[in-house]
Design a protein. Sequence first.
Length: 119
Amino acid sequence: MTKKMFDNVKVRATVTQQDVALVDRFEKADSILLKAPEFVPEPVPPPQKSSVIRDTFSMPPDDYARIEELRIIANKEGRSSTSKSEVVRAGLQALGLLNGQQLVEALGRLEKLVPGRKS
């Protein structure tokens, strides 16, 4: 290429237009990237499931049968697949609603068992 080709007025105009366009692009980018961030609340982490504790305990056959009776009643009332654990946990919540004297009376009605022994 010769020097005459670069002296062309059209080439200079094109270079000037490209320089203006480049400056405009940087100004737009700066206006987006450098503006004050909007308040964005931090996402709330999902509640973590509590872990479960496995335990074993003894109960008389009549009490064990009562759990199954309560499961059947719940099923007839439209609640499908109630587990034994759910029945026991619901019972604990119901006991928690009693005052101290009522709780002592309810515990007094239970048959005494020898811990850790099969009868």
